[in-house]
Design a protein around this ligand. Sequence first.
Ligand code: FES
Length: 112
Amino acid sequence: MPKIIFLPSEEHCPEGLEAQAESGETILDVALRNGIEIEHACEKSCACTTCHVVVREGFDSLEESDELEDDMLDKAWGLEPESRLSCQAKVEGEDLVVDIPRYTVNQVSENH
Ligand code: FES
């Protein structure tokens, strides 16, 4: 069974967390099932960017993002080459290391 290591994130999981994942499960669903409340403002329909994460290890094992996801990702705060929308990125066979960005677009616009 693949696992996901969530790196420590002050707001979401200060200690970090290692979670078991089912193949085919999205990163977001694994996080939510383990009590990590990644935002998902559009209810996982690839219409916002609040579920943005950066896949630090195992990125290449994921199925490539489609055009819609890429378009949305372009609007994400703190975009990196290994960014994904966690509601769209499904765990395949490999372990992943996932970083949850500190801000989402929603928070940035609220705070500034
Ligand atoms: S929850 Fe909106 S794009 Fe993932």
